[in-house]
Design a protein around this ligand. Structure first.
Ligand SMILES: *Cc1c(COP(=O)(O)O)cnc(C)c1O
Length: 352
């Protein structure tokens, strides 16, 4: 089937008009992959599905929001988009700005630049500006730019991003033929859990579903402000995409949790890495560590018997594993060379 721009697929449910220029890289329409599931799921007849968002154009779900944010920015006459982000937001903003023929500006604290994560951003031609100040200062400057110049802010506080991201719920319900019982995802700034829940709420209001899933959000233990009930000064986790100490959409994440009868919990880096390995080595899905927090959390729920028998559970796998080759390098050791002989290779391959 021919892929269509996300804005065209859901035009009637998004804040666009005929005048909105559609800036698209044919995002969305990602596969909902049925998983074999770990034994704890199979034994209870629990079916897990992975919404594999790493297959978006820049390899994360951020593209769903960015198509809308950049289209609206161009409609409103912006000549540039700006973000204060080291991660997938910058990569996505840079790609969509390139597509639209406008500038992308990324403002960051000096020394914060990890080239691996920013490679995409750079190659797409974004202007990366390092400032002598912290992250809050960077965000403050980006905000000020948008007030003085024809520049649109595309950080997660941009409301169009959540509008685009809510379409994950639409696609899941279309593919399953109804709502799942649980929908699990990682929580960083909490925009995505807010957007997922907005999508399900709209489906309910329009009578397209009669029931919504319980939302399960998972933070990393070292970066779990929502679970702890207070901001975390120095968030730390291997899951860099959710290394957030003071989420922008905190209150709305609590609403998603409470209205859906769900939960927001913390998982350890060890649990995240175990789920990350399992997804790659048993299911064939390579994701970045943050994405694996969704399975890490659901695994806990399965082990403690909190997922009823026969449930359908969707995991949003937010970004592709190639985004973070550094973790793979650290976690998976390359073995020593062996002699160039068939027997030696067969022995090393475990064929003997
Ligand atoms: C942005 C991002 C998250 C966190 O999403 P929030 O909306 O900030 O909660 C999780 N995983 C990946 C791969 C991301 O890029």
């Amino acid at each position: 089937m021919l892929r269509r721009p996300l804005i065209e697929r859901y035009r009637d449910r998004l804040p666009v008009t005929e005048k909105t220029p559609v800036v698209s890289l044919l995002e969305g329409s990602t596969p909902l992959v049925p998983l074999k599931g770990p034994p704890e799921a199979r034994e209870r007849g629990v079916q897990l599905f992975a919404k594999y968002e790493g297959l978006n154009p820049t390899a994360s779900f951020k593209d769903r929001g960015m198509t809308l944010a950049v289209s609206k920015a161009v409609e409103e006459g912006a000549q540039a988009v700006a973000a204060a982000s080291t991660g997938n937001t910058s990569a996505s903003a840079a790609a969509y700005a390139a597509r639209a023929g406008i500038k992308a500006i990324v403002v960051l604290p000096a020394g914060y630049v990890a080239l691996g994560k920013l490679a995409q951003t750079l190659v797409h031609g974004a202007r990366i500006i390092q400032i002598e100040g912290n992250f809050d200062a960077a965000l403050g400057i980006v905000r000020a730019l948008t007030e003085r110049y024809p520049v649109a802010l595309v950080n997660s506080i941009n409301p169009y991003r959540l509008e685009g991201q809510k379409t994950i719920a639409f696609e899941v319900v279309e593919d399953l033929g109804g709502p799942p019982d649980f929908h699990a995802l990682p929580v960083g700034n909490a925009g995505n859990i807010t957007a997922h829940w907005k999508g399900y709420r709209e489906l309910l209001a329009e009578g397209r579903v009669t029931q919504a899933p319980r939302m399960l959000g998972f933070q990393a233990e070292g970066a779990a402000p929502i679970v702890k009930g207070h901001p975390v000064e120095k968030p730390e986790t291997v899951a860099t995409a959710i290394r957030i100490g003071n989420p922008a959409s905190w209150k709305r994440a609590l609403a998603a949790r409470d209205e859906s009868g769900g939960a927001i919990e913390a998982v350890s880096d060890d649990e995240i890495l175990a789920a990350w390995r399992y997804l790659a080595s048993e299911e064939g899905l390579f994701v970045e560590p943050a994405s694996a927090a969704s399975l890490a959390g659901v695994w806990r729920w399965l082990k403690s018997g909190r997922i009823p028998e026969g449930s359908r559970v969707v995991l949003t796998l937010t970004g592709h594993g190639l985004k973070d080759p550094g973790t793979a390098e650290r976690e998976v050791k390359l073995p020593e060379p062996v002699p160039a002989e068939v027997e030696a290779v067969a022995a090393a391959a475990g064929l003997l």
